[in-house]
Ligand binder design. Structure first.
Ligand SMILES: Cc1cc2nc3c(=O)[nH]c(=O)nc-3n(C[C@H](O)[C@H](O)[C@H](O)COP(=O)(O)OP(=O)(O)OC[C@H]3O[C@@H](n4cnc5c(N)ncnc54)[C@H](O)[C@@H]3O)c2cc1C
Length: 506
């Protein structure tokens, strides 16, 4: 019997599984698709306090998120790194003094230590204005962080497994029943077979499905806990050369980010905020959202874009806590934990939250379970690196330099990508390889057979998409033929595995 069954392998479920397993609890994490295959791979990929939330007086959330920013940066300096954002001042929108006060608070609310402070910027002295229309002459520059969102989820699940958790992807929890203080869950596996597991506690971390899962456990509420709000992004060939990002104010009061993407080859633009009531498994950017994002971009950049310039899009549904706010943009981004006890067995639902606050959320979940598990150990994740994040002094550039000496045969671009993806785990991945030939077949865009094997063996990857979209984003850089090559490789592998499994049968 498990102590905890965590349902949902997005950032919240993976973070809770890691924290609980590290406290000595017996944990099972189940995810109906791949890890991070829904909202947690469709974010703007920022570890941020959320400057915009100050306008809604959500100081508690901003402070909590700003404190987490530096803790997460320390835990995973390979997949999380500092960014500078430039906010060009638009005369007709928020006044300069208001932005200045907001940024002062943003700099000070969370005890910022490592990230540089806000400063003013002017067209006359800063090339950042070059790609912008000439009416933008001044603005502000402040700090936040980038995160490879799907990798953050995967690394939490990997670390949960290192601490003894069982992790089952492509496994759906189809029903739940509580009796005598024990939950029995029915699980459906990829081959359509079904098993049952028992657990003392269930954590409902099903994100946008949180209400549906509660209903499967027989919990009925008068009103939904969750408000579903869709957000879309577009990816276009790069619109500017600077490493810094832009945060634009749109006339409807929203803010839109324009961020250098995939080593600056592209610009990522997002996001939208739209009520959502369609199929949660089919979330896509609509033509209207794409047109809207192009329009906001065109208000600021000299270079004009049309939907025809968009090379890729992605969309996700925010599972926000239903606080009855009038419009989708102003619903709180903070989380709420709700515990229902059925037949003496706790069922804890996670509603809302941001990627930025997942670690703190997991700690708060464990606090709520203190009475159920009096022998579990205390909080531990604040100062512990995620897999690959134990880079000496957290200094990525120095580590890159050292690895250049250790692996002189790796082309610099490939080494950089491998380190940004795997951090110190590069040593496990490369093992005793001495040349590119030792990495096996090359599938294109720097993806070698060795890395595919590593991702299957260590990171729960099962399909080409798991690797090309979530463990890496190499699909964006590959030709269709290369992508087909990776898919064929997976098919050949599974045929070979099935053949060897049947050969072993008596
Ligand atoms: C457009 C957009 C931009 C965002 N930008 C940011 C940002 O820049 N920074 C930030 O901090 N946050 C951001 N967020 C918020 C953040 O992405 C979400 O709060 C977070 O990813 C939610 O994670 P989750 O684990 O709750 O949900 P999910 O990632 O959706 O995970 C829930 C999982 O549960 C699984 N599941 C559901 N039912 C079952 C079942 N019965 N059995 C098994 N598995 C099941 C689903 O398949 C899913 O994978 C953004 C969100 C959106 C949509």
């Amino acid at each position: 019997m498990y102590d905890i069954l965590v349902i949902g392998g997005g950032i919240n479920g993976a973070g809770i599984a890691r924290d609980a397993a590290g406290r000595g609890l017996n944990v099972l994490l189940v995810e109906k698709d791949d890890l991070a295959s829904h909202t947690s791979s469709a974010s703007t990929k920022l570890i941020h306090g959320g400057l915009r939330y100050l306008e809604h007086y959500d100081f508690g959330l901003v402070r909590k998120a700003l404190i987490e920013r530096e803790a997460l940066l320390r835990a995973a300096p390979h997949i999380i790194w500092p960014l500078r954002f430039v906010l060009p001042h638009e005369q007709s929108l928020r006044p300069s003094w208001l932005i200045r006060i907001g940024l002062f608070l943003y700099d000070h609310l969370g005890g910022r230590k490592e990230l540089p402070a806000t400063r003013s910027v002017k067209r006359t002295s800063d090339p950042i204005f070059a790609p912008l229309k000439s009416r933008f002459i001044k603005g502000f520059e402040y700090s936040d962080c980038w995160v490879e969102d799907s990798r953050l989820v995967v690394l939490n699940a990997v670390d949960a497994a290192h601490h003894g958790a069982d992790v089952m992807t492509r496994t759906e929890c189809t029903s739940l029943k509580a009796e005598g203080g024990i939950w029995t869950a029915r699980l459906k596996h990829p081959d359509q077979s079904e098993t049952r597991v028992e657990a003392r506690t269930v954590i409902n971390a099903a994100g946008p499905w949180v209400d549906q899962l509660a209903a499967r456990a027989g919990i009925r509420r008068n009103a939904p806990d969750v408000r579903l709000v869709k957000g879309s992004h577009i990816i276009v060939p790069k619109l500017f050369d600077d490493e810094r990002c832009f945060i634009f104010q749109s006339a409807d009061g929203r803010v839109i980010f324009a961020i250098p993407y995939e080593n600056g080859a592209y610009t990522l633009i997002g996001t939208t905020d739209l009520p959502f009531d369609e199929d949660l498994n089919q979330v896509e950017a609509s033509a209207e959202e794409i047109a809207y994002l192009c329009e906001v971009s065109n208000t600021y950049f000299e270079r004009q874009i049309t939907p025809g310039d968009v090379v890729s899009t992605y969309a996700g549904v925010r599972p926000l806590y239903e606080d009855q706010a009038a419009d989708a943009s102003s619903v709180t981004r903070d989380y709420v934990l709700k515990t229902d006890t059925i037949a003496n067995a706790p069922f804890l639902s996670v509603i809302g939250g941001k990627i930025t606050t997942y670690r703190k959320l997991a700690e708060d979940v464990m606090k709520q379970l203190a009475e159920t598990f009096p022998n579990m150990t205390g909080p531990w994740t604040a100062e512990r690196p995620l897999p690959g994040g134990d880079i000496p002094g957290g200094d990525f550039e120095a580590y890159l330099e050292a690895c250049r000496k250790d692996y002189p045969w790796l082309p610099p671009e490939l080494l950089h990508r491998l380190l940004r993806t795997h951090g110190t785990q590069i040593q496990v991945l490369l093992k005793n390889a001495k040349s590119l030939d030792d990495l096996g077949r090359h599938f294109g865009a720097g993806l070698y057979e060795r890395e595919i094997d590593y991702l299957i063996e260590h990171e729960f990857a099962h399909t080409a998409e798991d690797i090309l979209k979530r463990r890496t984003k190499l699909g964006l850089h590959m030709h269709q033929d290369d992508i087909s090559g990776v898919r064929d490789h997976f098919e050949d592998r599974s045929v070979a595995l099935q053949a060897s499994a049947s050969a072993l049968q008596p």
